[in-house]
Design a protein around this ligand. Structure first.
Ligand code: PMP
Length: 422
């Protein structure tokens, strides 16, 4: 029987010693009531919370779990490297191997630099774009997430207008809005940022319009500015190359993170020769940026990406999840909008403007052993099997039945309503 007594006790303790009890994207403050905050194990497709409840995990650590938690080949690479060296006075030769591996795989890339988080990589992209010709204006799509530093964090606390003084916002997928933003930048355009597709929280996802992507490339060229694709979230879930290769548009820079070491802390900025000198001129570093263990994990992850059908398998599993879940919903009288690439599913209910259906559905599925998000895109991993989807559907079938029965009494999340009003 599902219980969260230990999780609640941990939350009480956390509230005393961690501001807000928990912070950042893994805080469950916005999740439906009762969602576990603390986890003790992760293995393959499953996570186990502090109370011992195990879930099929459709969040994959918000992306990093690409191949399955504790993937044996990646774990073996980690153990081998741990026995030799990790954080040291200089990088291991693995940094060269890893840069060569990425340059060999990612069509637009002639070089690589490594860091820890996606936010490091996107910020290095921003700095490289500015260092390139000494220009200042950077274009980003309204609502797009590029990280949690003062120029990019989505919440206003601790941020001043000057942190974003040289950002210009445009509407994703709208070539005219992009052209207008470029015009506004005048002769000061340093770079244009784009995510591979629109994957904003709380919204249906939209795939990139090729005309928009080509316009971004053309405008960057015309203004001698750099085009940046932020592949931190979608990387290796759409392609074994930069995600915009799927629509034939090559950026100058791409930011990577999350999946790169299948969960080990490593991220990267990749770039072409045009951007090489600028990248060499920015001073960026960190105590752990050159640690060898995450690089060993990344090399093994990349080998698996190159040598196996992990991507095609995830696409099949993602498509199965999409078609089975939307079909199941219809059977219970609900209509789902299941948008975006099959490997990064976003599932929202039709006629659910305050998300009360989605929240109640995810809470009911969670108590039956399936961890879904009612407002964030989810992630398929390569360890998932048809049996995992069948087990998922048993839980979601019961969850649809429960919310069908309770439909008239469901209320929206108070925390969510407060956030939306703010
Ligand atoms: N860019 C995108 C598109 C992301 O999805 C994220 C993380 N969700 C980031 C940047 C920031 O990555 P990190 O949280 O590792 O700093």
């Amino acid at each position: 029987m599902w219980s969260n007594a230990k999780d609640r006790a941990l939350r009480d303790r956390a509230a005393q010693v961690i501001p807000g009890g928990m912070y950042g994207h893994q805080s469950t403050v916005l999740m439906p009531e009762g969602f576990p905050q603390f986890f003790t194990r992760s293995d393959g497709t499953r996570i186990t919370d502090a109370d011992g409840n195990t879930y099929i995990d459709f969040m994959c650590a918000y992306g990093p779990n690409l191949l399955g938690y504790q993937h044996p080949r990646v774990m073996a690479a980690i153990e081998r490297q741990q026995a030799l060296s990790d954080t040291s006075t200089g990088p291991s030769p693995l940094i060269v191997d890893l840069a060569e591996a990425l340059v060999g795989m990612i069509s637009h890339a002639d070089w690589a630099m490594f860091c820890k988080n996606g936010s490091d990589a996107t910020t290095m992209a921003l700095m490289t774009a500015r260092a390139y010709r000494g220009k200042r204006k950077v274009l980003v799509a309204t609502g797009a997430y590029h990280g949690s530093l003062p120029w990019s964090t989505p919440r206003p606390g601790g941020v001043v207008a000057e942190d974003r003084a040289h950002l210009i916002y445009y509407t994703y997928n709208d070539p005219q809005a992009l052209a207008d933003a470029v015009k506004q930048a005048g002769d000061d355009l340093a770079g244009i940022f784009a995510t591979p597709f629109r994957h904003d929280t709380f919204h249906d996802q939209t795939l990139p319009d090729a005309e928009y992507a080509r316009a971004a490339r053309r405008l960057a060229d015309e203004h001698d500015a750099l085009l940046v694709v932020d592949d931190v979230r979608a990387g290796f879930r759409m392609s074994r190359d930069c995600s915009w290769e799927t629509i034939g548009v090559r950026p100058d820079l791409s930011a990577w993170g999350k999946v790169l070491g299948n969960g080990q802390p490593i991220s990267a900025l990749l770039g072409n020769d045009r951007a090489r000198e600028a990248a060499a001129n920015i001073f960026v570093t960190g105590s752990y940026w050159f640690s060898a263990v995450p690089m060993a994990a990344a090399l093994e992850t990349l080998r698996i990406v190159r040598e196996t059908d992990y991507l095609e398998h995830m696409q099949i599993i993602g498509e199965l999840f999409r078609s089975a879940l939307t079909g199941q919903a219809t059977g219970y009288g609900f209509t789902l909008r299941h948008t975006g690439p099959e490997t990064l599913p976003m599932v929202l209910f039709e006629e659910d403007p305050d998300f009360r259906l989605g929240y109640a559905f995810c809470a009911a599925a969670m108590k039956r052993g399936v961890y879904l998000s009612p407002y964030h895109n989810m992630f398929i991993n390569a360890a998932m099997t048809e049996a995992d989807i069948a087990e998922t559907l048993e839980a979601t079938g019961a969850a649809f039945e429960e919310i069908k029965q309770n439909r008239d009494t469901l209320q929206p999340s108070q925390v969510l309503m407060a956030l939306m009003e703010a």
